[in-house]
Ligand binder design. Structure first.
Ligand SMILES: [Mg+2]
Ligand SMILES: [Zn+2]
Length: 175
């Protein structure tokens, strides 16, 4: 019996778009192959979608919050519109150079704060949610939040999702 998938939490860099470390320029946004197709598939199913992204470049003084937002606007445009019910950014890093962000927080993955915040805000059943990330810290954040974490290992994201999350992972989308 497949588990219904009501919401997907996406890591941003290396999953939805290529990981350009500390990207501040929207011109640098490059979608991962299959990302737009997968987003469309999830929109059609009615599953909620979220971004949960560590952006320690803010704490390191390498990017501004405004630059992160500008990158997101480009990402949304490239995806054909903003499909996300919520976008959470952790701007912190304990060794940062910008004092206000140089803190040990509960949102920087592998901590589960960003995921837990959306689970609570939207009243989501953790058993009907999953997270897709490209690092072990993403999977750890998912597990700490009580949801299933899958590690994307490259290639076409839509094909990978169909194989790894739906077929092998046992989740099902509403048609
Ligand atoms: Mg990543
Ligand atoms: Zn944080």
């Amino acid at each position: 019996m497949a588990r219904r998938l009501n919401a997907v939490f996406f890591d941003r860099d290396g999953v939805l778009m290529e990981d350009r470390h500390y990207l501040a320029d929207p011109e640098g946004v490059l979608l991962i192959p299959g990302a737009r197709a997968l987003i469309g598939r999830l929109v059609a199913s009615g599953a909620k979608q979220f971004i949960v992204t560590n952006q320690s470049g803010v704490a390191r003084g390498l990017l501004s919050i405004a630059a992160v937002d500008a990158v997101h606007q480009r990402l949304f445009a490239d995806l054909g519109g903003n499909p996300f019910a919520g976008v959470a950014v952790c701007p912190h890093h304990p060794q940062g150079s910008v004092a206000v962000y140089a803190v040990a927080c509960d949102c920087r993955k592998p901590a589960p704060g960003m995921v837990l915040g959306f689970l609570r805000q939207f009243g989501l059943d953790p058993a009907a949610c999953c997270l897709v990330g490209d690092k072990e810290s993403d999977v750890a954040a998912a597990e700490a939040a009580g949801i299933h974490g899958f590690r994307f290992d490259g290639g076409n994201l839509d094909d990978w999702f169909a194989r790894t999350v739906l077929a092998d992972g046992g989740f099902a989308l509403d048609e």
